[in-house]
Design a protein around this ligand. Structure first.
Ligand code: ZN
Length: 237
């Protein structure tokens, strides 16, 4: 159920029934020549909806912005600082807790949000030890990736390649331009990971990996696996 389509009394019933609150969190950033800027938002919503199909949950409106420092300055990319992003998420979680939700999931679609979300999670559980707060970012990813993906990751990182493109084909294929999908494995600069060199300057297309291998079927199957995994954990809590 989508919170933005519900009334306060309908939400009240869901709180009393012990439903999960789900907050999707994405980013507004470049995803190569074939995927929309909102890819990470769509994929956060895709994870949320798949989970809500399996466990009783209220899905709240998505956070459309994240920490996208590496792409800043590129057309269409908007970023928050780590501090602003942390505070934004913290305050939204406080709102959910104050009204009575005690089981909350954040479904995240953006790799660079992961660290900030972890710190927020720690602050929230320090302040509210009785609240169950799960951060969902493609759980069991390594195993799923190995079984479905035919192209290798670029140095342990994925962006706008086979994985994200497959999920987008499964969720919103009307926004995917497969005729523009590319394969790019740029050579890794010697200082990458040591200095602050930005991904924006390493890949010409903005793709890291091979988007041409993507398919709707792989996306559907992976999304179902992620959601099944999370639903099983959620039911046990
Ligand atoms: Zn992405």
């Amino acid at each position: 159920m989508l919170a933005r389509e519900m009334t306060r009394f309908e939400v009240q019933e869901r709180i009393e029934a012990g439903d999960w609150a789900i907050l999707p969190v994405g980013a507004c950033e470049q995803h190569g020549p074939h995927l929309p800027l909102g890819t990470d938002v769509y994929l956060a919503e895709y994870q949320a909806e798949e989970i809500a199909d399996r466990v009783p949950a209220v899905v709240f409106p998505s956070v459309n912005f994240g920490y996208s420092w590496v792409w800043k300055g590129l057309p269409g990319t908007l970023t928050l600082s780590q501090q602003t992003f942390n505070l934004l998420i913290y305050e939204l979680l406080e709102s959910l807790i104050e009204q009575g939700f005690d089981k909350i999931m954040i479904t995240n679609g953006h790799d660079s949000n992961v660290k900030a979300l972890r710190y927020v999670q720690r602050d929230i559980v320090d302040a509210h030890p009785d609240v169950e707060l799960l951060i969902i970012f493609y759980p069991n990813m390594k195993d799923v990736y190995q079984r479905y993906m035919e192209s290798p990751m670029w140095h342990g990182m994925f962006h706008a390649e086979e994985f994200e493109t497959s999920l987008m084909l499964a969720y919103r294929d009307d926004l995917v331009h497969m005729d523009r999908a590319v394969c790019e494995y740029p050579s890794k600069p010697a200082l990458y990971g040591l200095d602050a060199s930005s991904l924006a300057t390493i890949s010409a297309s903005g793709v890291y990996g091979d988007a041409t291998y993507a398919s709707r079927e792989k996306g559907k199957a992976m999304a179902a696996e992620f959601a099944d995994y999370v639903a099983e954990i959620a039911r046990s809590l």
